[in-house]
Design a protein. Structure first.
Length: 186
């Protein structure tokens, strides 16, 4: 009897993929692709770049599928890979300037459901500074800790905390107002 891959749970698919099943890995990719592309877009990647970077992340995941321990979701694992690839690209391009600020630990950003709210969140993220957008997205979207971000981005920990704190505050203000007001940059 053959396993119906579209109905299979993530753990059986991951086990099959670790044993070399391209079909099982393909099903995992199909399920995770929207989350990976969305994360990259929210981090600031244009659509074509998000597609390219998602493909690179899935290739890296395929090469390293044996290391996937299924302690979290496959999509979450690949999102972390994609985020690291994007960080490397940002670092390599050196297009972003980081301003050192002080900050505090941050409460979690409340999530909102539905298409209209996702659009609002995307619009609100676009209004953040590049540093705030990148740090907020990586912290809340990809699950990086402030310490991990500081290491990955090569930024002081205080700067990361400040970007996350200020960016999250701006997002909350913007989303609470229904995106009808512009975010005020300090």
């Amino acid at each position: 009897m053959t396993l119906d891959l579209t109905a299979a749970g993530e753990e059986p698919l991951a086990q099959l993929a670790r044993r070399g099943s391209g079909d099982a890995f393909g099903e995992l990719v199909r399920r995770a692709l929207p989350a990976v592309r969305s994360l990259l877009r929210r981090m600031g990647a244009q659509p074509a770049l998000a597609d390219d970077m998602a493909q690179d992340a899935f290739l890296a995941a395929f090469r390293n599928v044996a290391t996937f321990r299924a302690e979290g979701s496959f999509a979450g694992w690949v999102c972390r890979i994609a985020a690291r690839l994007y960080i490397r690209r940002v670092r390599r391009d050196r297009r972003q300037e980081w301003v050192e600020l002080s900050g505090e630990d941050l409460p979690q950003l409340a999530t909102r459901d539905g298409v209209a709210q996702r659009i609002d969140l995307d619009q609100a993220l676009e209004a953040l500074s590049p540093g705030e957008r990148l740090c907020v997205t990586l912290c809340h979207g990809a699950g990086f800790t402030h310490e991990e971000l500081a290491v990955e981005l090569g930024m002081p920990l205080g700067t990361v905390k400040s970007h996350v704190l200020r960016g999250t505050k701006k997002l909350r203000q913007r989303l609470a107002s229904g995106c009808s007001e512009e975010i005020q940059h300090d």
